[in-house]
Write a protein that binds this ligand. Structure first.
Ligand code: FES
Length: 127
């Protein structure tokens, strides 16, 4: 899996994600693409690599569709693994006990940033 650059990057506007919603984003950097998704849940924001711990494929099969039908847990579309939205821990399915890879985020001025290390210039992400 490609390493992310160490730059702080804008992922999306916070209000572009519904509460109990998620948004898939692809970061493009030096020829590498990194799929990830941002989740809003219980007044918190999280970002995870879009890679199921079971096989490494993307969790969603429709754009921005990461939650289960009840909007309580994140769900992998392939074999139905369920993950806690705030921790990424798998609580049901073939990767029980594993976790999604969490990425650090910051919220500033209504924008969600991928917060790697010390901030460099912000570089917009692409959908
Ligand atoms: S690939 Fe996600 S549960 Fe199997």
């Amino acid at each position: 899996m490609a390493a992310l650059s160490r730059k702080r990057r804008v992922l999306c506007a916070l209000d572009s994600i519904a509460e109990l919603g998620a948004r898939g984003i692809t970061l493009r950097d030096a020829g590498h693409e990194t799929p990830l998704f941002v989740v809003r849940f219980a007044d918190e924001v999280r970002a995870y690599r879009n890679s199921c711990p079971h096989t490494g494929i993307s969790l969603n099969w429709l754009p921005d569709q990461f939650f289960d039908a009840e909007c309580r847990l994140l769900q992998c579309s392939m074999h139905g693994a369920l993950f806690q939205p705030l921790t990424g821990e798998c609580v049901h399915g073939p990767c029980l006990g594993d976790r999604l890879e969490r990425l650090p985020v910051e919220i500033r001025d209504g924008l969600v940033y991928l917060a790697q290390d010390a901030a460099d210039d912000a570089c917009p992400a692409e959908r």
